[in-house]
Design a protein around this ligand. Structure first.
Ligand code: GSH
Length: 218
């Protein structure tokens, strides 16, 4: 039994994308992005009341990076992971978890632009600093992609799934078009069938109502 607890357009999308890449059968439990994530029934699955939570038989993975690593180890034939001793192993780990470096700033920006009410409580300074820090990470990725189509020498991997999904969220706050290689990379990733299948379904609640949120004026 595989069950993914998911909020559309959130970090759980990276696990959803991975499940689709692997072609597995699974159940999708779609949650609203609200305080129901802190209900005792859900806290029994994810102790922090967050998404994703991936249930596989009696095991629960409640960190997106851990879930991707676990699925890679469980399905080595798919070639999305990288074994210790492989020339790309350290790069695979670094870039797989780089997704979370991106997502922490995206989460801060989502909070500022989307979650905080009333709007006058939002901080122009925080939006400026967090967008600048995100842009610095985009710059690092753009440099990494010089002469490469994927983050690893050995080709498409779970690292591209983690980072590609992080970019899906982050591009609401820093424009990818400023970074030519990164933009082309994201275009390639988002054209994948499994990525398309991980997008919100018709009628799903959206985290982002706007395509882009400018730094606030203060
Ligand atoms: N490091 C965790 C972060 C999980 C996380 O914070 N997820 C967000 C959605 S992107 C969430 O569930 N937020 C709910 C909340 O803050 O109440 C992971 O990668 O799984």
């Amino acid at each position: 039994m595989i069950r993914l607890h998911h909020v559309p357009e959130s970090r759980s999308m990276r696990v959803l994308w991975m499940l689709h890449e692997l072609g597995l059968d699974f159940e999708l439990a779609v949650h609203p992005f609200d305080k129901s994530l802190r209900d005792p029934t859900y806290l029994a699955v994810h102790p922090g009341g967050r998404v994703p939570a991936l249930e596989i038989d009696d095991t629960v993975l409640f960190e997106s990076g851990a879930a991707l690593e676990y699925l890679c180890a469980r399905h080595p034939q798919a070639g999305l992971g990288c074994a210790f001793g492989h020339a790309d192993y350290a790069d695979w780990l670094n870039w797989l978890h780089f997704a979370e470096s991106i997502s922490q700033h995206t989460a801060a920006l989502t909070q500022q632009h989307v979650a905080i009410y009333p709007a006058e409580k939002r901080s122009p300074l925080v939006t400026k600093l967090e967008a600048a820090r995100l842009a610095k990470l985009f710059q690092a990725l753009d440099a990494r992609l010089s002469g490469r189509d994927t983050l690893l020498e050995s080709g498409f991997s779970a690292a591209d799934i983690g980072v590609g999904q992080a970019l899906y969220m982050a591009k609401h706050f820093v424009r990818l078009g400023r970074f030519e290689r990164l933009n082309a990379y994201y275009e390639r990733l988002s054209a994948r069938t499994a990525f398309q299948k991980s997008l919100p379904a018709d009628g799903d609640m959206r985290l982002y109502q706007a395509g882009f949120y400018e730094v606030l004026n203060g």
